[in-house]
Design a protein around this ligand. Structure first.
Ligand SMILES: [Fe+2]
Ligand SMILES: [Fe+2]
Length: 212
């Protein structure tokens, strides 16, 4: 067993809070907000709209994959997909159950789904989301949409995606990361599986890679 798997829940939460407070100061894509502001805005919106605590945590941590790699901030400009939903899934699955990890794993696929399912959705994407869409794959085919709708947490993934799209407001006021410590405490569970039903399904779907 690796050292990371033996840390307790309190240590896991300390590590996450530390990450958000120290490594999330870079720009969120091409927007003017930081990764931390984006995470806090998404989590605050989830809380304000009455989402369950697992969705609040998923919103807070959905892009944590962006800050656990060393690619810097402008990887999309260089034509690189940082595979952040896969990185985030692997990071979070050590401590959180599927109610948190599956929407995170599916939040990029959810963008591809919505671009196909709602004609005006793509037109409303921010510049950076449109740019990353081209790296992540085109809108889903009808077959891919059917597969996506077979995921247990597909509706949660769509809700997370809509929060994601809203959490880019330069003027928004949010609570600090510490505000969400109780939410993290409510959801964290040590000894979680490192596997993911979503990731396994996505990986096994022809034409629908894990990172999509
Ligand atoms: Fe993301
Ligand atoms: Fe995001």
């Amino acid at each position: 067993m690796c050292a990371m798997e033996t840390i307790n829940a309190a240590q896991a939460i300390d590590e996450i809070v530390e990450l958000l407070n120290t490594r999330a100061k870079g720009r969120y894509g091409l927007t003017a907000v930081t990764q931390q502001q984006h995470a806090l805005q998404c989590a605050s919106l989830a809380e304000q709209t009455g989402e369950p605590v697992e969705m609040v945590v998923a919103a807070l941590l959905h892009d944590i994959g962006h800050i656990v790699h060393e690619l810097g901030e402008d990887f999309a400009d260089q034509g690189v997909d940082d595979l952040h939903e896969e990185l985030g899934l692997r990071y979070l699955a050590r401590w959180f159950g599927p109610e948190v990890t599956e929407p995170v794993a599916l939040h990029v696929a959810a963008k591809r789904y919505l671009c196909a399912a709602e004609p005006d959705y793509r037109a409303r994407l921010s510049e950076d989301s449109e740019k990353s869409l081209r790296l992540q794959g085109e809108p889903m085919s009808e077959e891919e949409r059917g597969t996506f709708e077979g995921h247990r947490f597909w509706r949660e993934a769509l809700r997370l995606r809509r929060l994601d799209d809203l959490g880019k407001d330069l003027g928004a006021k949010t609570p600090p990361v510490e505000h969400f410590r109780p939410h993290l405490e409510a959801c964290v569970q040590t000894g979680s599986s490192t596997a993911s039903a979503a990731s396994e399904k996505m990986a096994s779907t022809p034409g629908s890679p894990l990172v999509s």
